[in-house]
Design a protein. Structure first.
Length: 490
């Protein structure tokens, strides 16, 4: 095998090997070569992808009147006509793919080998957001990034289940072999949210919806996720060749593991969609109210360019020893947004945004304004976590943490917020002292202070009953203490 350079195509995935509501690969006119090309020799994920294609080298055409072709055409038509959402269509197709080889009329295809490594539908009864008690999720999820996720998931899966049962006067469910239960649709929902491959920063929406820019390429279902663009491959569609090109984010050696990007990967998504929790590098999506800052309308385009223009500002932030660079840089830009001339001067400066999201410190007044803005937004986020403190103490105060896995998410997100809040208060204090501020800025210029990067994340099993637990009890109220001896809820 040979390595590749940054920007090189690692391998290609034919359009027919993507789960897509706009295509009908089981129908004769769309069948073609489905083999991924150009794999890096030795990479587990890429070799597995090639094996999937080689196991049965061209996904068979089931025929014009086959159940698979009818299902795909019905889904494509319903989504195009607005009768079903993209999510409903994807859930339906995933249920169909899972049933291949299990029922008459739906023979196995190349994707069946991928689905064999995924858990069975009954898995979701004990793992993920559907397995968590509704009252527990409502109370312990309040104020966290996963607030409302369970309700949304129940609604979306019910809609998809109803579509499967009623579409084509029951013909869709008959083609699927009949008796499609809600359990199977919920399983498909968790799979889609766990394995969607992100191709654009604009895919971040509200944390639970599936953007149209999230892809589902079957070979990458065999890869592990990373939340960082610099560590995971990207994918782009080559319309001329009818393939998706999987592109290296950096120079990669032969045999190096291929990761896909899941920008939503966090403590909340790991628990809700994978039944796991992150054991090492915690990550949270923060909704930050930055509406108190003055904002020139002409500054909005600049803020949007850097992903800092939303209100509330939604950022994924990791718990690090240094301040998350994207968070800090956005606070600086928003602090300058009241003066578009100054904002333009800073962002167009040769080196300031060259290594975005890593940026240099601004002047003392600008840094003080950024720190004040950040403190206000973070304090509000912390206050939201405190809204159910009394109810938590009353309902779950005597429970072991291991029996309430949602507490781990509260702990992790509290840890992220409190860490940032402490750093911003220190910055505010330093900004009030000219000597200390100059010393801080000089140390940053020398590389002693700055934002940090990060790679993958560790995971531990965390099913409904908690997996590897800790012996602490659940308490209400915000806490600045974290660790594995005891978890405090906010």
């Amino acid at each position: 095998g040979r390595g590749v350079e940054a920007g090189d195509v690692v391998f290609t995935v034919p359009k027919a090997l993507a789960l897509d509501v706009n295509t009908t690969p089981s129908c004769p006119e769309e069948v073609g070569d489905r083999r991924p090309h150009g794999a890096i020799g030795g990479s587990a994920a890429v070799d597995a992808a090639a094996a999937v294609a080689d196991a049965a080298s061209a996904a068979e055409s089931d025929g014009e009147g086959s159940p698979a072709c009818r299902i795909e055409r019905l889904v494509a038509g319903a989504v195009a006509g607005g009768e079903a959402s993209r999510l409903t269509g994807l859930l339906t197709l995933l249920v169909m793919e899972r049933r291949r080889g299990l029922i008459s009329g739906l023979p196995r295809t190349r994707t069946s080998a991928v689905l064999e490594v995924l858990p069975e539908p009954h898995w979701q009864n004990e793992h993920g957001l559907f397995a968590i008690d509704s009252e527990e999720f409502r109370i312990l999820g309040a104020g966290t990034s996963m607030e409302g996720w369970r309700e949304a998931a129940i609604k979306k899966t019910a809609e998809a289940h109803r579509f499967v049962q009623l579409a084509a006067s029951g013909g869709l469910e008959r083609d699927l072999g009949g008796d499609v239960g809600l359990e199977e649709v919920r399983w498909a929902y968790l799979v889609l949210h766990a394995y969607g491959q992100w191709v654009d920063e604009e895919s971040l929406d509200d944390g639970v919806e599936l953007s149209t820019k999230v892809l589902f390429l079957w070979p990458l279902f065999l890869s592990r996720p990373t939340p960082e663009w610099q560590h995971g491959v990207s994918a782009r569609y080559n319309a001329e060749q009818g393939v998706y090109e999987v592109v290296a984010p950096r120079a990669m050696r032969p045999g190096e593991e291929v990761l896909f990007v899941d920008r939503r990967l966090s403590d909340a998504s790991a628990l809700c969609f994978r039944g796991l929790w992150l054991s090492g590098r915690h990550r949270a999506r923060l909704d930050l109210d930055v509406g108190t800052a003055a904002r020139d309308p002409q500054a909005q385009q600049i803020l949007q360019k850097f992903g800092c223009g939303a209100q509330p500002l939604r950022l994924y932030v990791s718990a690090k020893k240094v301040v998350d660079p994207h968070f800090m840089s956005c606070m600086r830009l928003v602090a300058l947004a009241g003066n578009v001339t100054k904002l333009q001067r800073v962002t167009e400066r040769g080196t300031w945004a060259q290594a975005w999201p890593e940026t240099g410190m601004l002047g003392k007044q600008a840094e003080a304004t950024a720190a004040e803005l950040a403190i206000g937004a973070l304090q509000q986020a912390l206050n939201r976590l405190s809204t159910t403190s009394a109810e938590i103490r009353q309902r779950f105060g005597s429970d072991a943490v291991a029996s309430r896995p949602t507490v781990r998410v509260r702990e992790a997100e509290t840890m992220v917020i409190v860490g940032l809040l402490k750093s911003m208060k220190e910055l505010q204090l330093l900004s009030g002292n000219e000597y200390l501020f100059d010393a801080l800025r000089d140390s940053q210029k020398k590389g002693k202070v700055g934002g940090g990067g990060g790679g993958g994340t560790g995971e531990r099993g965390g099913g409904r009953r908690g997996g590897r637990g800790v012996g602490g009890r659940i308490r209400g109220g915000p806490s600045q203490r974290s660790g594995e001896d005891r978890i405090f809820s906010s």
